[in-house]
Write a protein that binds this ligand. Structure first.
Ligand code: 93A
Length: 538
């Protein structure tokens, strides 16, 4: 039973309606200065806290509710006779509900030019104390720290006359989390301001246990970042399929970041395996992009994660007939495509992310190493400059293809090299990539060009163009672009590129042997752009 409620809120959103609802249920309302004024103005009856405590609110409001008549009323164990006896002896009346939200410390310190004094005054003491007292005694007291909960609580009170055990438990956890977050914001600010120390404050909650980690013998959990908006995996709605695994999260995030990098000028598809895009293409339609991305590496695409910037349609769903994929992540699914894919496999995870075209709501990335956390800015941008360094000019018509090629390179583990080709006007495909090699030459020679040859042999067999394979190879490779995520330390990479008939190269530049690299490119009639921006990905 809720007989008496204490309301003391800085954010007064919804408080009048809430109080009016409580009043209609004959619940007595106690409140602090500003809250009381607002309620009275709205014609709601309320008792001042000072009347309950027998003390005026004092010291500029620093001491209002810090009194045994308040905290005794909240903390008293109803089922303990000695507690109840002491309460009666000291004229402490029970309080069954508090609605409190705190001085806006975070908003205050995020304002430009805020001074320490102002920040300190916005450290709420009485509010968190009440929240903690009420939350500790959740078996009898309902603690409300979020105006979003007012409606639900009134509904429960109206229909059952009580706030249920389940609701009180949820509210108590929320209150402790709220005060913990509040204190950690104060810690972050004061550590910086008073001690010059940088504190990393991470706000991850709602851990979901995963079936296993990277491997079957590892336990794992996914924690959601609190308050993150926009195109985040944690905001995706799963429409079908098994729960996501640890590796699914990692790969789907790579696929998502890859497609966000490519942008939404045209339908685009990324196919990711083991945290690297093995297929990437844009197209005039989604199914065209999907077909070309798949051709990038049809063997690796088995069991992959597919991500697109376009609502998934029936033609694309039908393309996947007989092909095994783990996840499709898209801004949405056409109804018939969704039904078709659901039918295709019980396990296929279908993730809908309507926020796809919004910007990422985070500026940083983190990586745990044993004993420490690395934080860095997100890698934003493709190039800092566009400087042709060779005698042969780099054609402006290759710019868009080159940008696409850098996007592919950015999402591929270092040392990475990607080859991309414009297969029809304004539509691009990653021909092949070399990823994760300690040696850049291996990424080019043993991986990217070798893989490109395999893929093109397969397409040559399928499409049977009217020329020899070597002519076909040269017609494509001489028009493709090769991007390298970092500078070429020696000219060997250029020599290998030439052996494969490659004519256009993009690199950040910046090696002490740049001159040697450029001389070799000139000798081989290769045109090369230096971008000034490295894209290592570890
Ligand atoms: O300065 S306080 O830490 N001292 C208190 O005793 C106290 N009791 C409640 N601030 C205190 N409060 C806070 O006052 C509440 O947490 C709430 O944020 C605010 C509401 O004040 P008013 O009703 O005067 O607007």
């Amino acid at each position: 039973m809720v007989k008496r409620a204490l309301l003391s809120v800085s954010d007064k959103t919804g408080i009048v309606e809430f109080a009016r609802g409580l009043e209609q249920l004959n619940i007595e309302i106690i409140s602090t200065g500003g809250t009381a004024r607002m309620l009275r103005d709205a014609g709601i009856e309320t008792t001042d806290v000072s009347e309950v405590t027998g003390f005026p609110e004092m010291m500029g409001g620093r001491v209002k509710t810090l009194h045994p008549r308040i905290h005794g009323g909240l903390l008293c164990l109803r089922e303990d006779a000695s507690h109840m006896g002491e309460a009666e002896k000291e004229s402490i009346e029970l309080i069954d509900m508090v609605a409190v939200n705190l001085y806006p410390f975070e908003i205050t310190v995020s304002k430009e030019g805020v001074n320490l004094e102002e920040a300190i005054e916005n450290i709420d003491i009485g509010g968190p104390t009440m929240l903690r007292s009420a939350a500790k005694n959740y078996s009898s007291v309902a603690v409300v720290c979020d105006p979003d909960d007012y409606g639900h609580i009134l509904k429960e009170l109206r229909s059952t006359g009580i706030v249920s055990d389940q609701t009180r438990e949820g509210l108590a956890v929320k209150a402790f989390r709220h005060t913990a977050d509040y204190d950690s914001t104060i810690d972050t600010y004061l550590s910086k301001t008073l001690l010059g120390e940088d504190v990393l404050r991470m706000n991850f909650t709602d851990g979901v246990k995963l079936r296993y980690g990277e491997n079957w013998h590892q336990e794992a959990t996914f924690y959601r970042e609190k308050g993150i908006e926009g195109p985040a995996l944690s905001n995706a709605k799963q429409l079908h399929g098994k729960e996501l695994s640890y590796n699914n999260y990692v790969d789907a995030d790579n696929a998502l970041q890859t497609i966000k990098e490519v942008g939404n000028k045209k339908p685009a598809v990324a196919i990711v395996k083991h945290n690297n895009p093995c297929g990437l293409a844009t197209g005039n339609t989604l199914s065209e992009a999907l077909q070309h991305a798949w051709d990038g590496d049809p063997i690796s695409a088995f069991g992959s994660i597919i991500c697109t910037n376009t609502v998934f349609d029936m033609e694309s769903a039908e393309f996947l007939k007989g092909k095994f994929v783990e996840i499709i992540l898209a801004p949405g699914f056409e109804h018939n495509a969704l039904e078709y894919l659901k039918e295709k496999s019980a396990n296929l995870r279908l993730l809908e992310l309507p926020q796809f075209n919004e910007s990422f709501d985070t500026d940083s990335t983190y990586k745990y190493v044993i004993g420490g956390m690395l934080k860095q800015q997100r890698n934003i941008g493709l190039y800092e400059k566009w400087e042709c360094v060779t005698d042969t000019p780099y054609p402006e018509e290759k710019r868009e293809l080159s940008e696409f090629c850098i996007c592919a390179c950015k999402s591929t583990k270092s040392n990475s090299v990607t080859l991309a080709y414009e297969y029809s006007e304004g539509c691009f495909v990653m021909l092949a990539m070399g990823a994760g090699q300690p040696n850049r030459v291996d990424s080019i020679r043993k991986l990217a060009t070798t893989k490109a040859r395999e893929n093109l042999e397969m397409i040559y067999e399928r499409e049977k163009p009217d020329m020899s394979f070597e002519e076909y190879w040269e017609s494509i490779l001489s028009e493709c672009v090769m991007a390298s995520d970092a500078f070429f330390p020696f000219d060997d990479s250029i020599i290998h590129a030439d052996e494969s008939k490659i004519k256009y190269i993009i690199s950040p530049g910046g090696s002490i042997r740049d001159d040697e690299v450029i001389t070799t490119a000139n000798r081989l009639d290769i045109s090369m752009v230096f971008t000034g921006m490295r894209h290592f990905l570890h």
